[in-house]
Design a protein around this ligand. Structure first.
Ligand code: HXC
Length: 285
């Protein structure tokens, strides 16, 4: 369904009330591409000022350009979430420019298939530092701001692959299990500050990043579901995902918006699985 478009606001094609996040500031790490971009797009569409953070300037420029062209209020900041000093500087910059941070979305992630027995220490470190350390550093950095303004929300993007064993993803599964633990612990610890902290575990969403990270090495014996043509991919989804389709960034963005809104006011420490039933259907397999 299409709603009316005014240059001051992104076209609102969402199920949420227009202006739901008016006046709010949302910081989305890894917001330049894939799921992060989808989240930024919806939050901007609902009236938030969105700050996109990324390591890659080309991602920042392109994403911000597209969102602004559609009427979104967007700014950008370059950061490597592995570096606590740069993370602190990012939060300082956003606070100086925008005055507050209502929502932090820890979305930046990195991963690739690699056999655990030969994973180099630096390869292990790179993924764990982006996915787990980055989530902690960003969460810790926004606390003083959220505390001072009387509350806030943090949503971290996790995954479902660590609910079972997932060969050749030891670094990412270990890191995301850590993100889940962090979510629960920080939710209890920072609840007195009025900060709600939740995670979302997305199912398979064939973004470019996922296709790149999840294309298994040719000799791994792991089926490459993303190699198929569109119709074959759709057929695979109908068979492998109980709700019969691949996910889209908007599916995850909808959950972020819900958790960010007053509808989520009594939800903290939760890991919301948004996966069309995918992991449950494999749980006994
Ligand atoms: C083995 C690899 C490797 C690979 C990198 N390394 N790629 N090892 N197989 N395919 C090793 C390198 O050799 C190096 O170790 C170490 O990892 C660091 O590599 P760099 O390229 O220097 O690291 P860096 O530039 O910091 O990049 C980090 C990264 C990269 C994680 C390696 O892939 C990245 O930035 N990715 C971000 C984008 C991304 O992956 N998005 C996917 C999100 S999808 P040595 O020992 O040689 O120094 C997602 C979906 C999950 O999260 C949900 C699914 C359902």
């Amino acid at each position: 369904m299409r709603f009316s478009f005014t240059p001051a606001r992104m076209p609102d094609t969402s199920v949420f009330r227009p202006g739901l996040l008016d006046g709010q500031v949302a910081l989305v790490t890894g917001g330049g591409t894939g799921i992060g971009y989808g989240i930024a797009e919806l939050l901007a569409g609902l009236g938030a000022h969105v700050v996109i953070a990324s390591r890659k300037p080309e991602h920042l420029e392109q994403a911000a350009g597209q969102l602004r062209a559609a009427g979104g209020a967007v700014s950008t900041v370059a950061v490597d979430v592995r570096d606590p000093e740069r993370v602190r500087a990012m939060v300082e910059q956003v606070t100086n420019e925008r005055g507050r941070i209502d929502l932090l979305v820890n979305n930046a992630a990195g991963n690739f298939y690699a056999p655990s027995e030969s994973l180099s220490p630096n390869a292990w470190k790179s993924v764990v530092e982006i996915d787990l350390y980055g989530t902690f550093f960003c969460s810790q950095a926004v606390v003083p701001v959220m505390k001072q303004q009387g509350g806030g929300r943090i949503v971290s993007i996790s995954m479902t692959l660590h609910y079972r064993g997932w060969p050749q993803m030891a670094h990412a599964t270990a890191a995301k299990a850590g993100v889940d633990a962090l979510t629960r612990t920080l939710a209890v610890e920072w609840a007195p500050y009025g900060i709600r902290i939740n995670a979302i575990a997305p199912g398979p969403i064939p973004t470019e990043g996922v296709r790149k990270a999840f294309t298994p090495p040719a000799d791994s014996g792991i089926p490459d579901v993303f190699a198929a043509a569109d119709e074959a991919m759709a057929r695979y989804a109908r068979k492998a995902i109980p709700l019969g389709r691949w996910g889209a960034p908007r599916d995850i963005a909808n959950m972020v918006a819900f958790l960010a809104s007053p509808a989520g006011d009594w939800i903290t420490g939760a890991i919301m699985v948004v996966d069309g039933g995918e992991w449950l259907s494999k749980a006994g397999a």
